[in-house]
Structures are given as C-alpha cells and as structure tokens.
Design a protein around this ligand. Structure first.
Ligand SMILES: [Zn+2]
Length: 414
C-alpha cells in the first residue's frame, strides 16, 4: 500500500457501488444480465424523476446522457480498464465522494450509525445537481484532485500551497514530526490539495492524458467538458466544493517497480475539504494536527518497513491504520511532540473515528471506531509514561509494543 486514506468518509459504503461505478461498469454495460444480477441498487432517482443508473452508465436526463455519450466518444474503448489500472498502479482507494455517493444511491449501505461527518457529507452532496454527480462519477472525476497532487504536486508550487488558515499550524506540526521521529523525513513534501484543478483546462488535460492514455486533443476536449460541468453547477462551487478534496494521505513510491511511481517524491497531502469537514464537525482545534500525526505515522511505517506483516487483506490494512492511530496520538500528545491536551485529542479522534468504518470485509478497512479509539488511547498512555523520563521511544521499540497490544485493541470487536 503506497497511499493511505485516513478519514475516508463513509467507508461504510459500498465496495459494491464503488465497483459498480468503477471496474464493473464495462462488463455491466455490455451485458444486461449482469445488471440484473447486481444485488446492490445502483440507480438513483432524482427529485425531478430522472433516473441515473451508475452500473450501466445510462440516464433519462438528456443533458447528462449527452455528456456521457460525448465522454465515450473521446475515451478509448478500454478506458474502464485503463482507469482501473491507474487505480491499482497508484494504490488509490475510491474517493470519499464516490463512497458517499454510493450511500446516497442506496441508503442500506449504512453499516454503522450515521454520524456528524456523514451529515456534513450528505449536506455537501445535497447541494450538487444529480446530473453533475453522475457525469463526473462516470469519468472518475472525484479523484482528479488526488491524482493531480500525487502526480504533479510539489511543495514549491504555489498551486499546492497550504491555505493561509492552515499553513502555520500544519507546517510547524510537520517540522515537529520530522524532529520527533527517528526516521529520515527530510525528503517528505508537505502540500495541500485544492479543488481549483477542476476548473483549470490545462491541468485537467495533463492529468486526463496520463490517466486514460488519450492524445492531447482528446484530453483537452474531456477537460473542457469537466470544466463546463464544474463551472455551471453552483453546488460544485467551481471546484471548491469540499467533495473534491475530502481527504488527506501519505504517499511513498520508493522501491516501486514502476519507474513513474518510484520517481515521485514522498508526500503528505492535506485536502481543503478535509479541513472544512474537521471544522464542520467541531474538531477544528486539534483535528488537523491529529490527522497530520496519523499521516506522518504512515511515513514512519514506510521508512521502517512496518507495512510488512503476516496479515493479509482487511486485517493487514487494519493493523497499519491502527498503528498510525497509535503512533500519531503518541506524537501529538507527547511532551516532546506537539504536547496537545490528551483528553481533547481523544475526544476529537473519537468524533472522526465515527466515520463508521464497519466495512470489515473492505480492503481499505481502518478498524472500527472502538478499535481506533483503543489504539489511540494506548498511544497517549505510552506517551504519558515515556515523557516522565523525557524520552521519545525509538520507533521500532514503539512498534514492538504496539504489535503485542494489537490483539487487545482488536479482540472485542473482531
Ligand atoms: Zn491511514
């Protein structure tokens, strides 16, 4: 796993729908039988009566149907598999938006109780025209800012500069993490991810060309279509809707067999929409630093090779996510780290762990809210013990303690 999504909203939802809007579509579109076999509801009926079928890519909305038809003429026939290959190549999980959309289409995808964060995402989605959601989703557009930051983002480029409101806090916390851990984090680039790429024809064309392998002319036409959708739907706020950037992630391409990926610098990317969401659910005070601590924890894992374990699938992801929760909380509460108030940090973490990730079988499973809170509480208590001696534990020592404690975090909810 190279890229990790932290607080993916509503991971609850829908591997099924993500699949339906992703790789499964090509098959479904050519085979009506497959559609009828789909157990999950994939068609969304809008208030105006128009139907949007995400599995088949068909809609009764004439404008959206025209746009999807145009997309199909511009993309190569195998574009779905190219999209899937790109996803696999970069290790990118379905976006928060895609997941939330799955839930909007089929409310039974709630596997945990709805939370404040869900309410925030639902509110954002409610502002967006179903037609825009459909067209952008068909093109994988909700992942564009993520891919753009991954492929082209750089800490020196003003297009990826942190926002004025978050810059000082995130930058100083990031520097503190670089000093705190016994790993070499000097090569990690800290940057933002903004939605403005969604209204920028040149940057979109560059990205679409790479993602779908289309020539410059077609990439420019597809980019123009995206800009048209994004700038004509007020709910998308010209790309500034949080839906495009509701994410924070750590990336390292080191050692990857793909030269394009291994040539990319290590990154810690913070989406504007994530900052919006943390503020909206009332944890704007310590939430961003807790997220940064978690993401930096993944970089410690990259550096010390801690992703490797005998576990596989969802259990493997859960282990590394719970470790990032524990390491992150250790850092943000430790006196020689950020020295944040432990009680407040755990309160804040509890509210965003309530993203309701009860998707036990999802490969992106982060752990249940209770498991995550136990891992964080443990990290804080180790920090409290360590700081009496004024010490920062070597990361490998912290890891071996974590591995011993892991079964206790997991057991009650496993
Ligand atoms: Zn994570």
């Amino acid at each position: 796993m190279r890229r990790t999504t932290t607080w993916t909203i509503a991971l609850v939802t829908s591997l099924a729908v993500s699949g339906a809007t992703g790789t499964a579509v090509a098959a479904a579109a050519t085979s009506p039988q497959l559609q009828t076999q789909t157990q999950d509801r994939s068609a969304f009926v809008a208030a105006d009566g128009h139907t949007y079928d995400y599995a088949s890519g068909t809609t009764s909305d004439p404008r959206a149907a025209g746009q999807v038809a145009k997309i199909r003429t511009l993309l190569p026939a195998d574009w779905r598999s190219r999209q899937a290959a790109a996803l696999a190549r970069f290790g990118v999980e379905p976006s928060a938006a895609q997941d939330a959309l799955g839930r909007a289409i089929d409310p039974t995808h709630y596997q945990c109780a709805p939370t404040r964060l869900d309410a925030f995402v639902d509110g954002v989605l409610a502002d967006i025209d179903p037609s825009s959601l459909f067209v952008l989703s068909m093109l994988g557009g909700f992942d564009f800012p993520t891919y753009d930051a991954l492929l082209f983002g750089s800490t020196d480029d003003p297009a990826y500069a942190l926002t004025k409101d978050s810059r000082n806090e995130l930058t100083s916390s990031f520097r503190a993490a670089q000093k705190f851990w016994d790993t070499d984090g000097t090569d990690i680039q800290l940057m933002a991810m903004h939605g403005d790429v969604m209204r920028d024809p040149a940057r979109l064309a560059r990205l679409i060309g790479v993602l779908y392998g289309v020539d410059d002319t077609r990439a420019a036409q597809l980019a123009a279509l995206v800009v048209d959708v994004v700038t004509t739907d007020p709910g998308l706020a010209r790309g500034d809707s949080p839906i495009f950037t509701l994410n924070a992630f750590a990336f390292s391409g080191q050692g990857d067999p793909d030269p394009v990926i291994s040539s990319l610098p290590d990154k810690l990317v913070f989406g504007d929409g994530m900052l919006d969401a943390l503020g909206a659910i009332g944890v704007g005070d310590v939430g961003p630093r807790a997220v940064l601590g978690h993401e930096y924890g993944h970089h410690v894992q990259y550096d010390k090779n801690l992703f490797a374990s005998p576990l596989t699938g969802p259990e493997a992801t859960r282990r590394t996510e719970l470790m990032a929760d524990a390491f992150g909380t250790y850092f943000v509460t430790h006196k020689r780290g950020l020295a944040l108030n432990t009680k407040r940090v755990l309160e804040a973490e509890q509210s965003f762990y309530q993203v309701g990730d009860c998707a036990f079988t999802n490969a992106g499973h982060h752990g249940t809210p209770n498991q995550r809170l136990r891992a964080s509480t443990w990290g804080a208590s180790v920090a409290a013990d360590a700081q009496k001696q004024g010490q920062v534990m070597p990361s490998l020592t912290l890891d071996s303690r974590f591995e011993s404690a892991l079964p206790q975090f997991v057991a009650p909810d496993a």
